[in-house]
Design a binder for this molecule. Structure first.
Ligand SMILES: Nc1ncnc2c1ncn2[C@@H]1O[C@H](COP(=O)(O)OP(=O)(O)OP(=O)(O)O)[C@@H](O)[C@H]1O
Ligand SMILES: [Mg+2]
Length: 488
């Protein structure tokens, strides 16, 4: 319900208005003069002002000017005296939402207040959405601190405010579309549309009419004329993704459109001027396509006026940690999880991985890790095999023709090595008692530490009772090394 400020110097009219609007469930505040209204505005957030025009020193018109300057989100409805149509016209001209004449038709006033409130809410919502978009796609929305990414961000900032055509190069998943979107949202065209065309996804027979539109009857099935993406992007930005996949025929037409700044619909005769900022992207090596005669040189030079190259993630390992934390926050919020971070082992595995699918792969992985995480941090156990291959059971190769004792010795020592020298754990994995393990180690002559030697001797001297065997859970967590035999 709207919060309304009624400004009226006549006490009885003021009270009558306040009563009528309050009864409609609106929150009503009153002021007896323009000055008092200004004080009230400072104290109370107001959606709609209903103000008399004729008042003491500060008139309704003055109040309107003040509100427009200081409270752009507040709508003003002016109340004019009977027969003062001139001031009503003037009020509308100056940006009042509407006016009512005295004697006031209360039903009409209530309706106007509600409408004004709805309109202001929409305006506010729209502005908030735009700000949110700006925030999300602001240059700051592109995460990266490496020198290469800083250079990309600098370029985005430099080119955004110009009309220059931009060519964005980079492997799949490096953020080409993100950069294109950031350029658009930071440009003066941000309030107009950014139209995207994936050149690879459109069949050759359709691409021309998609880009340039067609006239009615231009081809079988063209029952009515249709605007193409160039026209739809007028005053805005046209993002041509996967430009390397355009056929040579379409390349010629595209070149013409860029050069002439006008297009012709398929089946049309009249050139249509278009004001479009072009951003193109590809993950192909265009210079190779050029050499192979698959891409026109003239178009290539037109497009690469400004080239932004986004390096693959493996060439900027310093960005991985930042991206991990960024997407962890993003997906914890999105999925309502409270994962605090990555264990140091998992972080180091993730940071040394080569990310063939670049940021997209990292983003998708972090999302699935967040969703499936049970504890409060992401551990190595949750990582896919491609990133933490150590989780595969290690193998041991033993030459044939050796005694069981020899194999047992190798197997025991390898197990001990794999569990980082932890003898309790090694004994569990081997399924033998700790004392047995100590005795064997003593026999192998591998225990060098003095205190351990003493302990080993003591244990080895006692009866060798094999007590602690690996629990099933322990076996699952630490699969014993597999044994591989090989003919010599
Ligand atoms: N530097 C970055 N900071 C934050 N998010 C990023 C960054 N780079 C890429 N992303 C995110 O990774 C995903 C893939 O990015 P995008 O779609 O822009 O890649 P692309 O280069 O266009 O890939 P393709 O060639 O496959 O179309 C998107 O969700 C994007 O928001
Ligand atoms: Mg893309």
């Amino acid at each position: 319900m709207p919060r309304v400020l009624i400004v009226e110097d006549d006490q009885s009219s003021r009270e009558a208005l306040a009563k009528a609007l309050s009864e409609e469930g609106m929150e009503v505040v009153t002021a007896a003069s323009g000055e008092e209204a200004i004080d009230r505005l400072r104290l109370t957030p107001t959606d709609v002002i209903v103000s008399d025009v004729m008042m003491g020193r500060v008139s309704g018109m003055d109040l309107l000017t003040y509100v427009q300057e200081h409270y752009a989100d507040t709508a003003v409805i002016l109340v004019t005296g009977h027969g003062t149509i001139d001031s009503a016209v003037e009020a509308m001209r100056r940006g009042a939402y509407d006016y009512v004449t005295k004697p006031i038709d209360l039903d009409r006033l209530e309706l106007l207040v509600k409408r004004a409130h709805r309109k202001q809410s929409l305006v506010r919502e729209n502005r908030d959405l735009r700000q949110e978009l700006k925030r999300r796609f602001s240059v700051a929305g592109i995460v990266g601190q490496s020198a290469a990414m800083r250079r990309v961000l600098e370029q985005v900032e430099q080119v955004a405010c110009t009309n220059a055509t931009v060519l964005i190069l980079g492997e799949s998943g490096t953020g080409k579309e993100l950069v294109a979107t950031a350029i658009h949202h930071n440009s003066q065209r941000a309030d107009s549309r950014m139209v995207k065309v994936n050149c690879a996804a459109l069949p050759e027979s359709l691409i021309e009419s998609e880009l340039f539109g067609h006239e009615r009857g231009a081809f079988t099935g063209a029952h009515r004329s249709r605007k193409g993406r160039f026209e739809l992007a007028d005053k805005g930005t046209l993002f041509l993704d996967e430009i390397g996949d355009l056929s040579l025929t379409t390349q010629v037409k595209l070149l013409r459109a860029i050069q002439e700044r006008e297009i012709e619909r398929v089946g049309g005769q009249t050139p249509i001027p278009v004001d479009v900022r072009l951003i193109a992207a590809t993950n192909q090596d265009l210079s190779q396509a050029l050499a192979a005669g698959k891409f026109r040189e003239d178009l290539y030079y037109r497009l690469r006026v400004i080239t932004v190259e986004i390096p693959p993630l493996r060439e900027r390992p310093g960005d991985v940690g930042l991206l991990l934390d960024h997407f962890l926050t993003v997906f914890c919020t999105e999925h309502g999880k409270s994962v605090k971070g990555f264990s140091s082992a998992s972080r180091s595995k993730l940071c040394s991985y080569h990310w063939p699918g670049n940021v997209r792969e990292l983003r998708n992985l972090v999302e699935s890790l967040v969703v499936t995480c049970r504890g409060d941090e992401i551990t190595v156990q949750g990582l896919p095999d491609a990133i933490a291959p150590h989780r595969e059971a290690p193998t041991l190769t033993v030459p044939m023709g050796k005694s069981i004792g020899h194999v047992e010795r190798l197997y025991t020592l390898k197990t001990l090595e794999l569990v980082g020298g932890n003898k309790s754990r090694a004994a569990k994995v081997l399924g033998i008692g700790k004392k047995t393990l100590y005795r064997r180690l003593h026999e192998y002559g591998v225990v060098t530490d003095q205190s351990e030697t003493e302990e080993t001797k003591r244990l080895a001297a006692g009866p060798s009772v094999s007590s602690a065997s690996a629990s099933p859970a322990e076996r699952r967590l630490h699969p014993p090394p597999t044994y591989q035999s090989r003919q010599e």
